[in-house]
Design a protein around this ligand. Structure first.
Ligand SMILES: Nc1ncnc2c1ncn2[C@@H]1O[C@H](COP(=O)(O)OP(=O)(O)OP(=O)(O)O)[C@@H](O)[C@H]1O
Length: 422
């Protein structure tokens, strides 16, 4: 029995020991994800110390998977050093309603939640004590309406302190990627991260060495500015894979500084992405077609100018778009002539709507719509035609998984919806 088990206070929530006196299983400690969310794979990105490029690796992995067509998200758990929104050029504020907080979107549709999206001024420091920081990270999991996510990356704060411990214990991580740089201390630092993951029973996907070398602009020679890399030896010692070695290059820092990581081209992490896809398949499959829904009837709450009307319960008209084989075939306007959330919801059911795009919407209306297999895309604004096109393009993603109406209770169709047959 370890020293920690001998001194056990019975409180497993603050202890990482997997000892025999543990009163709650690992699964029992997990927080439930927000009820309007389905997150298929969660990958933590950790580093033993700060400044090694962990946030960049987190962001670039999500960019690469997003380019492959996956619905991708980043939970920025680096509460006191939140750099993810700026990397993507996101400066708007996250909005919320009684259903939860809605993530912000990058240009290519990656969902992001970070404390910087909640602060009035981006430059305001977060001067909070550990438990409040840890509580905020938990809320990013429980209170953010993530919708469907195939791969979520969690940017952890550096080290093995309180917040990484909270993430390990509260969020069901499928695995972690450890980021390091080539320095003497690397073996010890990686060792700490490896041992923490082992103690928490979380698989290690592999090791990424950042700032591995600088390429000479003239002859292409790889110069190891931080000394000879011993990453292969370290990986062998801990029986983990090397996922990639990245150069120290202005291409990367320029892309991050110009807030355009989605425009960065580099094959440094291609092997890491291939391994993640193979060992941690993320696709929310749709054999019954209820996710891709080639044939849809999309209803949008609109005002007289054709912009998305923000209050579902007082909406006077819907624009109805009929989509066949993924292509818009017609658009018409219907007047609601009715009042209140419930009546308007029923009108949509009568109209055979498959999808609702709207601004704000109340919980009772959501319940009626979801139980009638209507996909809800709330929190939208601007021109309705543009938003429908963005939705069909996959840039806007539903925040509710509908119950699936396309199969009759057979199990395991893998469509990713919330119906009772899954
Ligand atoms: N390979 C690279 N080449 C050039 N610049 C890089 C590279 N990797 C990261 N950077 C830059 O280094 C800076 C620090 O990177 P980043 O914020 O990702 O580190 P971090 O490990 O997340 O730091 P911390 O955990 O302390 O917040 C950023 O400005 C980033 O653009």
């Amino acid at each position: 029995m370890s020293e920690a088990s001998e001194n056990c206070s019975g409180s497993c929530g603050s202890c990482s020991e997997d000892c025999s006196s543990r009163q709650q299983s690992k699964e029992e400690l997990y927080e439930p994800v927000n009820q309007y969310s389905k997150v298929n794979r969660v990958i933590g990105v950790v580093s033993g110390k700060g400044g090694v490029g962990k946030s960049f690796i987190t962001s670039y992995l999500s960019v690469l998977l997003n380019r492959k067509g996956y619905e991708t998200a980043i939970l920025d758990a680096d509460i006191t050093g939140p750099s993810i929104p700026k990397t993507f050029g996101i400066h708007e504020k996250a909005k919320g309603n009684e259903l939860g907080i809605f993530p912000c979107y990058s240009k290519n549709g990656i969902k992001v939640m970070s404390v910087n999206l909640l602060l009035e001024e981006e430059e305001m420091p977060v001067i909070w004590r550990g438990p409040i920081i840890a509580g905020t990270v938990k809320q990013f999991w429980t209170d953010v309406v993530w919708g469907n996510v195939e791969y979520m990356f969690v940017d952890m704060p550096p080290g093995t302190g309180d917040v990484p411990l909270t993430v390990f214990q509260s969020i069901p991580l499928d695995g972690i990627v450890i980021v390091t740089s080539p320095q003497d201390l690397v073996s010890m630092i990686v060792g700490k991260a490896v041992n923490m993951a082992k103690a928490m029973n979380v698989p290690i996907i592999g090791l990424v060495e950042n700032y591995s070398y600088v390429s000479c602009g003239n002859c292409g020679e790889q110069i190891q500015v931080f000394g000879k890399s011993n990453i292969n030896e370290v990986a062998e010692k801990y029986h983990i894979k090397v996922l990639g070695k990245l150069p120290l290059t202005p291409e990367i820092s320029n892309a991050v500084d110009s807030e355009n990581i989605e425009g960065l081209e580099g094959s440094w992490l291609d092997d890491a992405v291939a391994l993640i896809e193979e060992n941690y398949p993320g696709r929310i499959q749709s054999e019954c077609g209820c996710k891709t829904m080639q044939n849809q009837r999309i209803a949008v709450t609109v005002d007289e100018e054709g912009n998305i009307y923000q209050h579902f319960g007082s909406c006077e008209r819907f624009a109805i778009y009929d989509i066949e084989n993924g292509v818009q075939k017609s658009k018409s306007i219907i007047e609601t002539n009715s009042k209140g959330h419930d009546e308007i919801s029923r009108l949509l059911v009568e109209q055979d709507a498959t999808t609702l795009i709207c601004g704000g919407i109340g919980e009772s209306a959501m319940k009626i719509l979801m139980s009638n297999q209507i996909v809800i895309v709330p929190g939208q604004q601007g021109d309705a035609d543009v938003q429908v096109a963005a939705y069909l393009d996959g840039a806007t993603i539903a925040s509710s998984s509908p119950t699936c109406g396309n199969h009759d209770g057979e199990e395991g169709c893998g469509c990713g919806c919330n119906c009772s047959c899954h």
